[in-house]
Design a protein around this ligand. Sequence first.
Ligand SMILES: NC(=O)c1ccc[n+]([C@@H]2O[C@H](COP(=O)([O-])OP(=O)(O)OC[C@H]3O[C@@H](n4cnc5c(N)ncnc54)[C@H](O)[C@@H]3O)[C@@H](O)[C@H]2O)c1
Length: 383
Amino acid sequence: MKRYLVTGAAGFIGTNFVKYMLEKYSDIEIIVIDKLTYAGNKENIQKEIDDHKITFVRGDICNSELIEDIFTRYDIDYVVNFAAESHVDRSIANPRVFLETNILGTQNLLDIAKKFWTIGYDEKGYPIYKEGKKYIQISTDEVYGSLTREYIDSQELILDEKVRKIVEGRKKLKTYGDKFFTETTPLDPRSPYSASKASADMIVMAYYETYKLPVNITRCSNNYGPYQFPEKLIPLIIKNILEGKKLPVYGDGSNVRDWLYVKDHNKAVDMVINSGKVREIYNIGGFNEEKNIDIVKLTIDTIRKIMEEEPSYRRILKTDINNISYDLIEYVQDRLGHDARYAIDPSKIAVELGWYPETPFSTGIEKTIKWYLDNQEWVNSLN
Ligand SMILES: NC(=O)c1ccc[n+]([C@@H]2O[C@H](COP(=O)([O-])OP(=O)(O)OC[C@H]3O[C@@H](n4cnc5c(N)ncnc54)[C@H](O)[C@@H]3O)[C@@H](O)[C@H]2O)c1
């Protein structure tokens, strides 16, 4: 039986990861550590805790005594590090905590994993580790910096057969440029958030190069789905639409992000844990680029359609249905250093591990919006 230490699992992606893994495997043990910052909500995984499917520890990944205590009590096989300060705007206002959690927290986890997994040393002085152990760092496409944005309408698909599965059913790539981030793209982070994540990635690689610690790094694009804190674009827009509030859009709304359904992301993380080659970095994304303004308009259209077709949902509206329109959009001063475009080339994980996303964007966005409409109690409990 494999034992996972999952950090930050009261947050958006970690919550979904725990649920995904418990649905998929019956013979695993999960220990969660989460500091429960504003972004962490224990309620997300309370049922799993109550059903004794996971063990929850409240604490900071920077706390070495606590992490050592977890490693002493449980023979951890995999560390999956989701814990992070994750909101770019907050990193602009207060960078320090990003450096503490994202860099020092990562280093603390690596150090303790190294200590507890070491069983000896080879003739050159490198540690030898217990079989089957691995550290997985959940990183981001933002470490690569920013790409230029131009609309390429005519870009036909020229993809390896295995990569083609990622865009099944599409005749063209849905992209805003012909350059993508690959795993060998030089790191060029621009915000305190992405700089802290890039630093953490370099520390992870340093632990492989210096100590041969078995590691993987995954770098994913923008996730969307259930349990995302409503400060991020999609849940914030949904919340404001329901309340009849203005929808703030940075600059002219033309910044492009590559959108990935959270379950598809977690499927990739699971594949990397099981089959990823030690030391390798895997980009995870689905050639699914959208401008922020188009995401906002799509969310308005989808909610309006749901309200018209399923009147029972109107009970959660704090505004008149006729107010659900593009008039809610309000362009606000652009974010400082706002990256124009992120776009992942996921060919490596598709070819090496056979990963492809299973949720088309149109399905994923509708499922996501429905989830927030159906879980208003969850949204309101975060106020
Ligand atoms: N959400 C995305 O679209 C996205 C995209 C790319 C990469 N990522 C990365 O994925 C990971 C998870 O992102 P998310 O969106 O779920 O973030 P989130 O902000 O929703 O959740 C982060 C969780 O970490 C916990 N945490 C924060 N500091 C901690 C600390 N010092 N010790 C222990 N726990 C702590 C929080 O309480 C929270 O539960 C992050 O590492 C993030 O950088 C996210």
